[in-house]
Structures are given as C-alpha cells and as structure tokens.
Ligand binder design. Structure first.
Ligand code: PBG
Length: 334
C-alpha cells in the first residue's frame, strides 16, 4: 500500500498507539455495541419452559412464555431485534410443510407474545419450510427429492404474509429459491404490509456449519441428502454478488451473508459493492465450536466471542445475528 505519509521507523512507531487502553480505544476503527446484535432464539411448541440443545451448550429451546420474557430482557439490554426459529412437534410436520401457513401456529403465537411483552424489540422471522416439512428440506420436493422452485415460492409468499399479519417486523427468506424476494415483496404490498421489511438470506452457502441448528429445530434426523441444489457453493464469491444484486433489485431492504466467520471475504465484497445494510449470521456451528473449545479450557470463550463479533463489524457488517447476543450485550452493558 502506498501512503501519502512517511512511515518509516523510528519516526513512525505503530506501537505508540497501542501502549495503553485509552489510546487503543481512541484510535479504534470499529466498535461493537448492543445495537449491532440480533438475538438468534429457538422456540418450541411444548409446555416445558426451557429444553437444552445438546449440540449447543447454553442454548435452550424456549416455550412461548419464556420467549416473551426473553424479549423483555432484550429490550432491557438494548438488543434491537430477535430472530426466531421454531421447533415444532414432529406430528405436525408433513411433506408440504402445511404448518408453516397456520395463523394459529407457534410462530404467530410467539410473535404476538413477544410484541405484547416488548413492543420496542424488532421481530425477525425465517421464511422457509424446513422446520415444518417431514423431509427437512426448505421447500416442497418432487419424487426424486428435488426442491421445486416456483411451487415453493408460492408457499413462501403466503408464509411471509401470515408472519407479517401476526406482527413480524422483518421477514427473512432463508430458503434460497430463485425469485422469492420479489414474490414476497409483491405479496406484502398486496396485503397492505408496505412497511414490513425483507432481510434476505442473499448469500447463503451450503454449509456444514448448520449442523447444530438442525438439531435445535429438530430437522436433522429427517433431512435426506443435502441442500446443495439450492444453497450456494462455498467455492464461489462472484456468485454471491449476483445473488445479492438480484435480491436488492427484487426489494430486499437488508441482505445477509451466512455463515459468518469463514465468509468474512463475502461480507467485505457485498458491503463494498452495494450500499445496502449487510448482516452477518454467526451460525450454530460457529457457536458450538467456540462453546466446545471454551468448555475444555482450550480458548477463552468470552474473549473469542467478543473478538468474533467485532470482526464482523470490521468486515463491513452493520449487524450480527448470533446465539451470543444476550451474553455479549451483558458484557457490553457492564
Ligand atoms: C433454514 C435455516 C437454516 C439456518 C437458518 N435458517 C439451516 C439450513 O439452511 O439448513 C441455519 C442457522 C444456524 O445454523 O444457526 N432455512
């Protein structure tokens, strides 16, 4: 890099700016605040208040009442929004994911309870069928198990409108069907939901890092095959820009890159290329890695948690969806 300033030793000693906390803080290029955090939360439709998720130590599936309490805690901690993910009774699953469209189902019930408890906290809902399908795919499948694009989009637009009508502030299509953002925007406009925002999982990769999540929402054992015919190839970066460009064109208000840490280069490219709020998703497998190594004493869990969250900011994200939101906000507020 060429610099207009002379930068030679000893006139420049970069360690001068690192000698004590106050000057490190003063010269810090990026900052993490509770405003940057979106709380990733798993809810369930049973009576039990909290159910631990084995592959995600410290994470619990919450029932409706506990989710409402958590929304109040988010408000107190200054966490702007919560992204909710459902674990439903397997008996309610079918091949078409019909429960996804039930206006009295778990997600609309949780949205209403959270909005009553904490009206100032934004609610983000995943638009995809995988928590509701017996086969664990994000859409409807044909006889060969191939996920059908246009038939799925038709269901997703109905799912999104149902969520918006229940009070969701942001709908977040995570399915990676082509054309779904435009179809959902169109459906929201027709339903009069002109202020419901769309956060598209624009660059979402077919990743091994989602393993613990599928355990958390109970779709792991059902899933046949993988999601490579709809989620992106981890080898590709230009393709992410095409995905993001199309989603913005179709009406996405915010775009997301997912997973997070192995894809910081994608966050950087997306945020440099498009003037649209870019969100990172620190996914379940990233959480589980940090937890597992922390439990063994191999890394300092708290330190690594805060470091990774700050790194998303440095890479260009304006916010991070994370299972660490509550813990990180507690530290930031201390
Ligand atoms: C489902 C969805 C997934 C995640 C969020 N929404 C998993 C998948 O695509 O299989 C992953 C979240 C995580 O791993 O924390 N469409």
């Amino acid at each position: 890099m060429t610099s207009p300033f002379p930068q030679s030793y000893p006139s420049t000693r970069l360690r001068r700016l690192r000698q004590s906390a106050w000057v490190r803080n003063l010269s810090s290029e990026n900052h993490l605040t509770p405003d940057d955090l979106i709380w990733s939360m798993v809810v369930h439709d049973g009576d039990e208040p909290t159910i631990p998720v084995g592959s995600m130590p410290g994470l619990f599936r919450l029932n409706v009442a506990e989710a409402a309490k958590a929304a109040r805690r988010a408000s107190e901690l200054g966490i702007p929004a919560i992204a909710i993910f459902p674990h439903i009774n397997p008996e309610r699953k079918d091949d078409a994911g019909s429960e996804a469209l039930n206006p009295d189902g778990l997600i609309p019930t949780v949205i209403k309870a959270m909005k009553d408890a904490a009206p100032d906290v934004g609610i983000i809902c995943d638009v995809a069928l995988d928590p509701f399908t017996a086969h664990g795919h994000d859409g409807v499948i044909d006889a060969d198990g191939y996920v059908l694009n246009d038939q799925t989009v038709d269901l997703l637009r109905r799912q999104a409108v149902m969520q918006a009508e229940a009070g969701a502030d942001i709908v977040a299509p995570s399915d990676m069907m082509d054309g779904r953002v435009g179809a959902i925007r169109d459906a929201l406009e027709s339903a009069g939901k002109v202020n419901t925002m769309i956060m598209s999982y624009a660059a979402k990769y077919a990743s091994g890092f989602y393993g613990p999540y599928r355990d958390a929402i109970g779709s792991a054992s059902a899933l046949k095959g993988d999601k490579k015919t709809y989620q992106q190839n981890p080898a590709n970066s230009d393709e992410a820009l095409r995905e993001v460009a199309m989603d913005i064109d179709e009406g996405a208000d915010l775009v997301m890159v997912k997973p997070g840490l192995p894809y910081l280069d994608i966050i950087r490219r997306v945020s440099d290329t498009f003037a649209v709020p870019t969100i990172a998703f620190q996914v379940s497998g990233e959480y589980a890695q940090i937890k597992a190594a922390g439990e063994r004493g191999w890394i300092d869990e708290e330190r690594v948690m805060m470091e990774t969250l700050l790194c998303f900011k440095r890479a260009g994200a304006c916010g991070v969806i994370t299972y660490f939101a509550e813990a990180a906000a507690q530290i930031l507020n201390a």
